[in-house]
Design a protein around this ligand. Structure first.
Ligand code: HEC
Length: 231
């Protein structure tokens, strides 16, 4: 009796082993099945998280600063320092990009931006009578002959770098949006052709150097937003 039972057990074990072999062979022929991996850390090395300490990289941190002078894709760099001379040079060299001038949505966008960022000081119509005046020194009217005579590029410089007591608006207003504000200012002025640039720009340059065209343009604008046309 016990001998028969042992034989049955052996037979069952043998069949099981055969089955295991067969299924093993089936597995190894199926490329969709994962194989065994030994020391997986050597196959997929452990990644450092961006904001973690890192003993292998300069400064002991994983995320490294960009090289000096690096320009991100779509980033616009203003190659004009602060001050009247640079403002005048911008006035000679920078022109309103035709793609922005041709954009149908410009008028509404320019008005919205002007009435958001410039209105507090310059007033609804640009006459220098905004709600913070006279607590803040009164700016010259944008409808006066002097402002009419400033070339577009100089207006761009004034918005980007500021002028005298007027602070830079580079952080608030994107590159292309500045041109749209300029077009709106021109429409306030009655759309007349600009006279030649005056020689003298009043007041001293603002303190500090804002550096770049950093504000964000309207997302999804027809001109491509921040990655728009470089003048
Ligand atoms: C905080 C108040 C303030 C805000 C906001 C402001 N400005 Fe001014 N702006 C001034 C003052 C003050 C001056 C005169 C600066 C000087 O030369 O001393 C000025 C000067 C100007 C001039 C030169 C005018 C001329 O005849 O010389 C222009 C152009 C101008 N601003 C446009 C703008 C635009 C466009 C905006 C909005 C993006 C704006 N400003 C926002 C206060 C402001």
């Amino acid at each position: 009796m016990s001998g028969a039972r042992t034989a049955v057990t052996r037979l069952a074990l043998g069949l099981a082993a055969l089955g295991a072999l067969a299924s093993g062979a089936a597995c190894s022929s199926d490329p969709s099945q994962p194989r065994y991996e030994y020391v997986p850390e050597m196959i997929d090395s452990v990644a450092y998280e961006s904001f973690t300490a890192n003993p292998y990289l300069p400064g002991g941190r994983t995320m490294q600063p960009p090289q000096p002078g690096t320009v991100a894709r779509g980033q616009q760099v203003l190659h004009y320092g602060p001050g009247p001379e640079e403002a005048a040079r911008a006035g000679r060299e920078l022109v309103l990009p035709p793609a922005i001038a041709a954009d149908k949505g410009v008028a509404a966008r320019g008005e919205h931006l002007f009435q958001t960022f410039c209105f507090p000081c310059h007033g609804r119509g640009g006459e220098g009578d905004g709600p913070v005046i006279p607590k803040f020194p009164t700016p010259p009217s944008l409808l006066a002959a002097h402002a009419r005579g400033l070339p577009d590029g100089q207006l761009f410089h004034i918005i980007s770098r500021g002028q005298g007591l007027m602070p830079s608006h580079a952080a608030q207003v994107g590159w292309n949006d500045r041109w749209k504000i300029i077009m709106y200012v021109r429409s306030l002025q009655g759309g007349g052709a600009a006279a030649p640039a005056p020689e003298v720009v009043p007041a001293a340059p603002p303190a500090g150097d804002g550096g770049l065209g950093v504000g964000l343009d309207e997302p999804g604008a027809a001109d491509g937003g921040d990655a728009g046309v470089q003048p």
